[in-house]
Design a protein around this ligand. Structure first.
Ligand SMILES: *[C@@H]1O[C@H](CO)[C@@H](O)[C@H](O)[C@H]1NC(C)=O
Ligand SMILES: *[C@@H]1O[C@H](CO)[C@@H](O)[C@H](O)[C@H]1NC(C)=O
Ligand SMILES: *[C@@H]1O[C@H](CO)[C@@H](O)[C@H](O)[C@H]1NC(C)=O
Ligand SMILES: *[C@@H]1O[C@H](CO)[C@@H](O)[C@H](O)[C@H]1NC(C)=O
Ligand SMILES: *[C@@H]1O[C@H](CO)[C@@H](O)[C@H](O)[C@H]1NC(C)=O
Ligand SMILES: [Ca+2]
Ligand SMILES: [Ca+2]
Ligand SMILES: [Ca+2]
Ligand SMILES: [Ca+2]
Length: 716
């Protein structure tokens, strides 16, 4: 790929005469003539053909040539040896000008000459008349350099999310608002709380249904309309799915994740299970199937992009590995940092964190400035959007920018590009650790800060990764007592070359572990996964508030920290018990290792890292450059309309294989990078359903505890 790219670049950019790019500076030896200005139209750039052994002699020659042409010699141009600037005498007439041109053209010592014209150069700054734009520090931080998403250069290249739709799955969006209406997509919207197509929020007594509107503004607030703010992807369209204003059920969640999935490209979800530091919950069976179905059939088969907030339970020692939405391999898990790049009090950490972006912080640090609803006391604009809730939509907007320049990125390509491009910075608490593939990850900050410029440039040159494959160990029954801290209990599983032969897996993406532990106070247990390279992930953090006596029942933890590493080798799981007193005896009952990855070789991972870094100059962000993109598939706008519990139930029971077998086959043949074999075929298992979940009709109908994730500082 590196070869073909540089080759393409060579064709794309013919050598530009260097002179036009350099500034004209006086040569130290000469000094510029005192009077008159050497203005464009009166000046010539000349390259002498003589050899450059002796700078002094070239200067003499230049002087002689200038005199012959009736021009003044203004000396060497910058550091360009043999290049001189000649100028007309202040009172030169047009006839003399053309005479000089003839002399230069005919002169044997002049290799090249050019009469200089003013260069058209636009000033590199985005001017918007939106009154709060100057306060949107997350877009352009003038106070703390580098602490923004570096998006203005992307906008200057006319990349604004055009052609991409982001849907905010939340408590509705006020689409009549001045900043939302121009980019609102009714086609992508729905109201699952009232069961109608219009997701307009309903004012309630607490006045807090402004959340979705704020998220929508961060993504696509209209620019330059003299109103409020500007969105990250202000050229994209934004839709709303109203689902949080009322009891949320598993089936509603499932419908939301696939709603209008040929219209909506990116799903922004700023909510999750309770962040109380003692909950272990995630998508239930239907929600899980819907996420899986979305990445297979959404976006014409390239896969819906699900962006989820990592949670606001930091002050409760919560950890996003106990949040099934964050752990899911199908989601882009986004955490928050404050304006200083530090973890705010509310932010959670976990091994499945992909990256972070900006949001509110402690004390005097600024919050996110965005649209707001104008219902109740709302003004249509706020400076107080907070929490990881505010971070996820920024990430969703950045994904929209990526999809504009490369519409065929798959859901996995997006995660790869984030891992390859996120930036690191000094932070003592971050505890960055480099894995053997050279990716640095922190439990606090994932692979680092999202950087729109880097994401978009990488997206432009990104070739889709090979299709997803997976490997599952058998269920490993241990019944092993968990030692008290500082002792650890270690179990291992050796994944051999023969194990990986059938799938062809070479390098890793996500690594998951399904764990069953009995413990009278499960928060005491800490679980660490060690990949063959030695890279450690704290997949089950110790949580002092989690007093639950039922342990973990086949809970799937996951990590992204072994991304790009070789899949083969010995994996170990280490458990330790932070118990007080001798009574709490925990047992690791069983575990199972699940690897996700592809046939991409380790060397190819390294080669891609170089391709990505080579693209950071912006040279490919030219509309005349594009890698070929397959067209995608013709998938019905909605497989089931309306999606009833019964249909969902049969979808679940059939698994993806039976119902979508022909579709998968097509995907594999036409795209061969969007493959479902790894999703639907288990190597040693018999179940087509993710981790053999059983469907309980009861759980489908019971309201779940899903709460919008909001910072404690949320205004109103
Ligand atoms: C915004 O509008 C002003 C005129 O009101 C115009 O000068 C400016 O170029 C516009 N900015 C952008 C980025 O389109
Ligand atoms: C930010 O974007 C500019 C282009 O606008 C680029 O030159 C610069 O290197 C980027 N900064 C980082 C840290 O990526
Ligand atoms: C910017 O992009 C939009 C949408 O793709 C297009 O309509 C417009 O012509 C572009 N403008 C320039 C100056 O390239
Ligand atoms: C893992 O299995 C391979 C193949 O059987 C073997 O060569 C290797 O020694 C094993 N490693 C360990 C640590 O047991
Ligand atoms: C984009 O490509 C065109 C045609 O190849 C070229 O004329 C133009 O200078 C390029 N622009 C940039 C910014 O590289
Ligand atoms: Ca409605
Ligand atoms: Ca605006
Ligand atoms: Ca949480
Ligand atoms: Ca995830």
């Amino acid at each position: 790929m590196a070869f073909s790219l540089s080759h393409f670049l060579a064709l794309l950019l013919p050598p530009i005469p260097l002179l036009l790019l350099t500034t004209v500076k006086p040569h130290p030896g000469f000094g510029w003539p005192e009077s008159g200005a050497c203005v464009p139209g009166r000046s010539w750039a000349v390259r002498l053909g003589a050899s450059d052994e002796d700078g002094r002699r070239l200067d003499d020659l230049a002087e002689a040539v200038a005199q012959e042409a009736g021009l003044q010699n203004w000396g060497q141009i910058g550091q360009l040896e043999g290049h001189y600037l000649f100028c007309y005498a202040p009172h030169g007439q047009p006839e003399e000008i053309s005479a000089a041109a003839k002399v230069l053209a005919a002169h044997p010592d002049v290799a090249w000459h050019s009469q200089e014209q003013p260069l058209r150069r636009a000033k590199r700054s985005m001017e918007f008349n939106d009154p709060r734009y100057p306060k949107q520090w997350h877009l352009h931080n003038e106070v703390r350099a580098g602490m923004d998403i570096n998006v203005t250069g992307v906008w200057e290249r006319n990349v604004t999310g055009s052609g991409v739709t982001v849907v905010v799955v939340d408590d509705g969006i006020q689409h009549t608002l001045q900043d939302i209406q121009p980019n609102y997509s009714p086609e992508g919207s729905y109201d699952l709380n009232s069961n109608d197509p219009d997701p307009m929020p309903h004012p309630d007594s607490r006045g807090d249904n402004h959340h979705g509107t704020r998220c929508a503004g961060e993504i696509a607030a209209a620019p330059n309309n003299s109103f409020c703010a500007v969105g990250v992807a202000y050229g994209s369209r934004v839709a709303g799915i109203r689902v949080l204003d009322g009891p949320l059920t598993d089936s509603m969640e499932a419908v939301a994740f696939n709603k209008h999935y040929q219209v909506n490209d990116v799903y922004s979800c700023s909510w999750g299970p309770e962040d109380d530091g003692r909950t272990v919950d995630g998508p239930h069976p239907l929600g899980k199937v819907a996420l899986q179905h979305g990445v297979i059939a959404g976006r014409r088969g390239f896969g819906s992009i699900f962006v989820v907030a990592s949670g606001n339970g930091g002050q409760n020692e919560d950890d996003c590995n106990y949040d099934g939405y964050a752990n899911s391999i199908y989601t882009v898990t986004i955490g928050a940092v404050d304006e200083n790049g530090r973890k705010p009090f509310y932010a959670e950490k976990c091994a499945s964190m992909l990256a972070v972006t900006f949001s509110s912080g402690d004390g005097l640090l600024r919050s996110i400035v965005t649209s707001d609803w104008s219902m109740q006391q709302g003004t249509g604009c706020t400076e107080g959007h907070t929490g990881t809730s505010a971070a996820a939509p920024l990430a969703a907007g950045m994904v929209a920018l990526m999809l504009q320049v490369r519409p065929c990125l798959t859901w996995r390509d997006v995660q790869h590009i984030i891992a390859y491009t996120a930036t690191k910075y000094e932070d003592k608490e971050a505890d960055w650790m480099a894995n053997s593939a050279g990716f640095r990850h922190s439990h606090l900050h994932g692979f680092g800060l999202l950087n729109a410029w880097r994401l978009v440039n990488a997206a432009k040159v990104w070739e889709s990764v090979p299709f997803l494959v997976s490997y599952q160990s058998p269920v490993l029954r241990e019944e092993r007592t968990i030692h008290a801290h500082p002792l650890v209990s270690t179990v291992t599983w050796n994944v051999t070359a023969a194990d990986l032969l059938e799938s062809g897996m070479q390098t890793l993406e996500h690594v998951s572990v399904a764990v069953t532990v009995s413990h009278p106070r499960r928060g005491n247990v800490e679980i660490t996964l060690i990949c063959p390279s030695g890279m450690t992930s704290v997949i089950g953090a110790h949580r002092s508030m989690d007093v639950d006596p039922s342990g973990y029942n086949d809970w799937t933890f996951s990590t992204v920290r072994c991304w790009g590493e070789r899949a083969e080798g010995v994996y170990s799981l280490q458990l330790t018990d932070y118990r007080q007193g001798a009574l709490n005896i925990g047992v690791l009952n069983q575990w199972k290792l699940i690897l996700y990855g592809s046939s991409m070789s380790f060397d190819e991972v390294k080669a891609r890292q170089r391709v990505v870094e080579d693209a950071m100059g912006g040279q490919y962000l030219n509309s005349s450059f594009s890698l070929p993109c397959p067209p995608g598939l013709d998938i019905p706008p909605e497989s089931f309309s309306p999606l009833t519990s019964n249909i969902l139930k049969s979808l679940l029971l059939l698994g993806c294989l039976a119902l979508f077998a022909s579709l998968y086959y097509m995907l594999e043949v036409t795209l061969f990078h969007v493959d479902s074999r790894g999703l639907c075929r288990r190597r040693r298992g018999h179940s087509n359903i993710e981790e053999g979940d059983e469907l309980e009709v009861g759980s489908m109908l019971a309201p779940e505890d899903k709460e919008p994730i909001m910072g404690r500082h949320s205004s109103t």
